[in-house]
Design a protein around this ligand. Structure first.
Ligand SMILES: Cc1ncc(COP(=O)(O)O)c(C=O)c1O
Length: 392
């Protein structure tokens, strides 16, 4: 009866089941997996959502790619980061996840087409591709003191079924930024094959080492693309507002392709009209909320990254992998037990919850992925437990 787009096995994994059990027993957990900025003690403006109730929100005016004022507000947000994107090349979505789905509909035939997906990266790509009937083809990121895209694995895996290359910069969970030369190489391959480049930049506002060459502007500097290119962003990370549901894509590349893509996207977006009018009417003030929320999150993740580095420096068997930006960090720990045994022991015996590397398809064991969002005391306590148990 049901489509194989939804996996047959939907049981929670062992860690999720153990965490659910602990929560049902009312045990207090130190959650080093948290990705929700609204529950970690960040201060939001008191009248945060008032803009949603303004008079403009009462009139329904369906515009498939988004209301002009909202698209202009997003263009101004790009200008803040030094990028000049015409509002006409911005498409509003309810979230970045939805943007992926719209793009898979735009680019991939109903069966057999593929998109290249970085590994390790965002685990939701499995579901996002599967739910749209698209095959994910992995290409590797390799760590040699810094993460690098393995271009040989892009070439080896390439076939004429590949319609797009997904790049996540800064990447989740590795925190790595693509360099200009990596972007050039992906752009060149996509342009030559008539494929598109999709760059997920949701964490671009969170450089962990401002001023470093690779820490932001270098990789995201204005540039022209030879391939049709979609940049994805949204309020869930840039303003710490995942509940509001406003994302966007900026379309760049050769003019004729940009026009054709926008024209086709208009039909797709018109079919769903999923971004609510109150959110679009409030887009400008919601984007401005980012000006007060973003610095707090940046201060939090930077302080936690530095605290993690300091703890790791006291344990010679543990290595903190260099992260350029984002809300997460990765540690390599001795593989004296499996990642699963280690995270289950941390959960059961120390009440510390964190993700094992295999959740993100790291090539081998043992890696731990740590969210940098928790409050500083909780974070430090959790990290000390991790070092005690995993540090050898
Ligand atoms: C790389 C990446 N892209 C997109 C998202 C989701 O963004 P949105 O809330 O806009 O769907 C996440 C969420 O963690 C993410 O890590």
């Amino acid at each position: 009866m049901f489509s194989p787009r939804v996996p047959v096995d939907r049981q929670p994994n062992r860690l999720a089941a153990a965490a659910a059990r602990a929560r049902s027993e009312k045990r207090t957990l130190i959650d080093l997996t948290v990705t929700n900025p609204t529950v970690v003690g960040i201060e939001y403006p008191p009248r945060l959502l008032e803009a949603l109730a303004g008079p403009a929100a009462r009139i329904y005016e369906p515009v498939p790619l988004g209301l002009p004022a909202a698209r202009e507000a997003v263009a101004r947000d790009y200008a803040r980061r030094g990028r000049d994107v015409p509002p006409a090349q911005i498409v509003l979505t309810a979230s970045t996840s939805e943007a992926y789905s719209l793009l898979f509909k735009l680019l991939c035939r109903p069966s057999g087409d593929a998109v290249m997906v970085p590994v390790p990266s965002y685990p939701l790509f499995d579901h996002l591709t599967r739910l749209d009937g698209v095959e994910p083809v992995p290409y590797r990121l390799e760590y040699h003191g810094r993460w690098q895209a393995d271009l040989a694995s892009v070439d080896n895996q390439w076939s004429d079924r590949v319609r797009a290359v997904l790049a996540v910069s800064p990447n989740n969970p590795t925190g790595s930024l693509l360099t200009c030369s990596e972007l050039d190489a992906l752009d060149e391959r996509c342009a030559a094959a008539g494929a598109t480049l999709i760059i997920d930049e949701v964490f671009a506002d969170y450089p962990l080492h401002p001023g470093e060459d690779r820490g932001g502007p270098a990789a995201h500097a204005p540039r022209s693309f030879n391939a049709l290119t979609f940049h994805l962003g949204g309020l869930s990370k840039s303003a710490g507002l995942p509940q509001v549901k406003l994302g966007w894509m900026a379309v760049e590349g050769p003019d004729a392709l940009v026009r054709e893509a926008l024209d086709r996207l208009e039909l797709i977006c018109d079919t769903y009209l999923s971004v609510s009018t109150p959110v679009q009417a409030a887009a400008r003030s919601l984007i401005e909320v980012g000006e007060t929320v973003r610095p707090q999150i940046l201060a939090r993740v930077t302080a936690n990254y530095n605290a993690l580095a300091s703890q790791v420096s006291q344990h010679s068997a543990v290595e903190l992998l260099h992260a350029d930006a984002g809300w997460s960090a990765v540690c390599r720990v001795p593989s004296t037990q499996s990642e699963e045994e280690l995270v289950l022991a941390l959960m059961e015996q120390d009440s510390v919850l964190l993700h094992p590397g295999f959740f993100f398809d790291f090539p081998h064991e043992a890696f731990l992925v740590v969210s940098l969002l928790p409050g500083p005391d909780e974070f430090l306590h959790g990290i000390r437990c991790v070092m005690e148990r995993a540090g050898g």
